[in-house]
Design a protein around this ligand. Sequence first.
Ligand code: GLN
Length: 214
Amino acid sequence: MTGATPTIGVLSLQGDVREHLVALADAGAAAVPVGTAEQLEAIDALVIPGGESTTMSMLAVRDGLLEPLRAARAQGMPMYGSCAGMIMLADEVLDARPDQETVGGLSMVVRRNAFGRQVDSFETDVDVAGLDGPFPAVFIRAPWVESVGEQVDVLARVTLTAGGGSAVPPGTASGADTIVAVRQGPFVATSFHPELTGDPRFHEMFVRIVRQYA
Ligand code: GLN
């Protein structure tokens, strides 16, 4: 870390890498793509982007990155995962292929593609612990968090109310509070994509967490 500017990598196997690089730079970090174990060693923290977690898992195994990623996580490197990245940081994944691997780190059970089958994507404002005012949350074939261990802090939930409104994919249960953002020490994950909103507050919060753990 140079002065107060942490170097934060974005796992660049697959997914919306560029959007996270821009958001991290806007939030005051030095942002670099990470596709090799050597590049992983040169960073203070890692973002795992949105994309396709099945593909990301396969590529991580193919490129020999899965074990280095797990080792970095075990050493406490701060990590933030959005959407597919959330799945990659989960200790347990439902509705995944049996051979889907994760980096882990967050004591939670995540369900892939959880928000209904009819509506893949939606946008809604969510209250996020630690942020002032509602945050515009973009969900794209998003996972949700089905349960968390007691070490996990829930940062945000959405309430599913069938029959109208933006956060209401038809076919989902009504009135249920669903966890969509979590933190466990240096590990953070969101079902949604702050990198697609132009609102820097979530990435700024992660940069603050990275500084805390430096
Ligand atoms: N559905 C994707 C998966 O399971 C995640 C979607 C996303 O990252 N936007 O990996």
